[in-house]
Every structure is written in C-alpha cells, then in structure tokens.
Design a protein around this ligand. Structure first.
Ligand code: FSX
Ligand code: SF4
Ligand code: F3S
Length: 379
C-alpha cells in the first residue's frame, strides 16, 4: 500500500480506537511521562526510534506517538506458564523507568499474575471475567513453556486445579491477537531442553490459533512493546519468518550489525576471556559467540535505553532467541564449529532442514575463523 493511503488507513483506525472507553482510570501517558521526568521531546524521540525499528518511514512518527497513547484501550491478558518470569521482569524491573516500561504500566493489563493483587479464587475469577467481558477483543500474551506431560497433568494452577495448557487454550480461543512472549512460550525454552521431563511445548502447539512468537530469554522490552504498537497501528499480523517471528525484529542476524564484526572479518579474536584481545574489543566467536547463527535485533537496538548489549558487555551472544538454543548452541563459551553436524546425524528430527542450514553456516563460519586466524599469524 502506498504511504499516504496507509497513513490515512492508520489514522482512521486510531481515531476509532480513541473513541473506545479507557479501560482504567489511568493518567494520560503524557502525565505519566512528566511525573517520571520524561519530556515530550524525549517521548517523540522514542516514537521516532520505534517507527524506525518497525521499518516505517519517519512520517509515521506522530501516529506511533498516538498509538502509544492508546495502549490503554486494548485489554491485555498475560498468562504465566513454566518459566523464570524474566520476560515480565525485563519490562518491570528498571530503577529509572524507561518509556517502554511506562507503557507496560499504562497498558490495560486485565490479568497478570506477577503484578496483580488478587490471589486464589479471586484471581481465577478475574481471569474468567476478563476473558468473558472482552471476548474477541483482548490481546493474549503467554510467558513460559507449557508442560504437557503424558496427560497435561503438570502445572496445575489455581483453586480449580486447572492445567496450564487448559488455561492457555481457553484464553487463546477468544483472543484478538496472541503473542508467545519469550523463548519458552515461543519454542519450549529451558523446560523443553533435552530430556524435556515435563514434555513442555510451545504455545503454538497448544492452540490452533495463529501465534506470533517474540523469543529471547528474556525478549527485549522493545520487541514486546513494539508488537503491541504494531497491532494497534495495523490490527493485522506482521510479516513473519519461518519460526513465526516478526521480521521487523528478527529479520537480521546479530552478527550482521555487531560492532565487533570488523575484528571477525580481520581474523582478530578473543582467545580467552581477559586476554589482550578482550581488552582490545576483538570478536568473541572463539569464546562462544553465537551471533552468526542468531536472528534478533540486539546489536541494533541494544538494551537499557540503548546503552549496551551482551556482546558490548564482553560476553558472546548465546543464541537465546533461536529454537532449542539450550540444546543446539551449547557449550555457551565454546565455538559451535562443526559440532552440530554430529548431532543432526544422530537426531532425525523435524528441524533437520533448519539445523542442516545452520550447520553449513557453522562450518563456513568456523572455516573463516580458522583461515582468518592463520592470515593473522602470518601477518
Ligand atoms: Fe525466563 Fe520468560 Fe527465559 Fe523463559 O523469559 S527469561 S526462562 S524465555 O519464559 O521468564
Ligand atoms: Fe560480533 Fe559475535 Fe559476530 Fe564476533 S561472532 S562479530 S562478537 S556477533
Ligand atoms: Fe539473546 Fe544473543 Fe541478544 S543471547 S539477548 S539474542 S545478543
């Protein structure tokens, strides 16, 4: 769709959304920002950053700001399955609240076990009520892998003793959009790591409804909030990759925009943590960086208000947004080399093609690292 047409479609959508009642007696987003020492100028800068992150032209910035103001019109139900709550924490725990975390406060969270006061019967009642009241209108976010056991008897939640899988399936049934938040919910995560004793599954295997995966262990707050804003702006599924991840966030490899990439290309590697190469900021491939095999926007968007990210802090990427990274990317402080080659031969899984492609890349990357190092030694 051409830009002006798209702008008018979105404007119409936002106007109609602004006629929806506010879900709660929230302060306006501007008041909330002001209270936390964030100026309108900072807010607009953030909106411009979000616009660029979603690969939209800068003309969309005012619409992005308006969409952020309307995040309190969409009810959100957030369910916890088996996980460490790191996904919620990545949004909630910051000593100086970021605009993303304030938006998370502002979103109309109708149900979220970590932040709500209710417990027991009351909590379960609130969940049922939210699902019935906002039928077909709420956004469902599910965090955590879903243990399926042999008869789904794991993860019994609440006074009725319902199973996590039942909760997730029922909530998915009438949701307007469904996000699997974190690698656990997207791909099974640490629970599903070999030997997966609870038969943990990703959300997409529990419901037949379309699920948008937002992986990362935990995912960046920008990718969570960005998905909500994308939904408010467009009301449709974003363009997804083969693993149902939005391409605007997971369309690039960590390695492609890494600030240490020049050192990789020049064959300059950290050989062990703390050596001269580490002090010079050399590439972390040989101490285990999985950036060449990992699709995520960390090297572009960074964390903590764009200040740093794992590789900048001196540790390699561990591939936390990839399926089965606990099994496939380890050991985390050793290069992958051609290790995967053996594991695929032994393991005829459905992921064979994906892993095989990865392996070809792995062998190529390992070869580059070796050749690069030889060249360097000759020099
Ligand atoms: Fe933890 Fe979320 Fe990792 Fe999983 O993040 S940070 S184990 S993705 O489900 O809580
Ligand atoms: Fe950066 Fe890792 Fe790639 Fe090296 S291997 S350039 S540290 S992403
Ligand atoms: Fe995860 Fe790698 Fe980013 S470990 S947070 S995908 S740098």
């Amino acid at each position: 769709m051409e830009e002006s047409k798209l702008i008018s479609t979105i404007t119409e959508r936002l106007d109609s959304l602004s006629n929806f009642p506010k879900m709660k007696e929230n302060k306006s987003i501007s008041a909330l920002m002001q209270e936390n020492g964030i100026s309108r100028r900072d807010f607009m800068k953030w909106a411009a950053g979000m616009t660029a992150m979603l690969s939209l032209p800068s003309a969309f910035t005012p619409l992005m700001a308006q969409a952020a103001e309307l995040t309190d019109r969409l009810p959100v139900v957030w369910l916890h399955m088996a996980e460490c709550t790191g996904c919620s924490e990545s949004l909630l725990r910051s000593d100086a609240p970021t605009i993303d975390s304030l938006i998370f406060d502002y979103i109309s969270l109708e149900y979220h076990e970590t932040v709500m006061a209710a417990a027991g019967w009351q909590a379960e009642h609130n969940l049922e009520e939210a699902i019935a009241k906002y039928k077909g209108k709420y956004i469902l976010m599910v965090e955590g892998g879903i243990p399926a056991g042999s008869s789904e008897f794991y993860l019994t939640v609440g006074p009725h003793g319902k199973k996590g899988a039942e909760h997730a399936r029922e909530a998915a049934e009438n949701a307007a959009a469904i996000f699997a938040i974190g690698t656990c919910s997207s791909f099974g995560g640490v629970q599903a790591a070999n030997p997966n004793p609870t038969n943990a599954k990703p959300l997409s295997q529990i419901t037949s409804k379309p699920v948008i995966n937002v992986p990362g262990c935990p995912p960046s707050e920008k990718n969570i909030v960005g998905n909500v804003l994308h939904y408010i702006l467009f009301g449709t599924l974003p363009s997804l990759d083969a693993y149902s991840r939005p391409k605007w966030a997971y369309g690039i490899r960590i390695h492609d925009l890494c600030e240490r990439r020049g050192h990789f290309d020049a064959g300059e590697f950290v050989q062990q943590f703390g050596d001269e190469g580490a002090k010079k900021g050399y590439c972390l491939y040989k101490v285990g960086c999985k950036g060449p095999y990992t699709f995520n926007n960390c090297s572009r968007e960074k964390f903590n208000q764009h200040t740093s990210w794992p590789v900048q802090a001196g540790h390699g990427c561990i591939g936390c947004s990839e399926p089965s990274f606990w099994d496939n990317m380890g050991p985390f402080e050793e290069p992958l080399g051609d290790k995967l080659y053996e594991s695929i031969c032994a393991d005829a899984t459905a992921d064979k093609v994906g892993v095989a492609i990865l392996t070809v890349t792995a062998v190529g990357i390992a070869a580059h690292a070796a050749i690069g190092a030889v060249k360097k030694d000759k020099n």
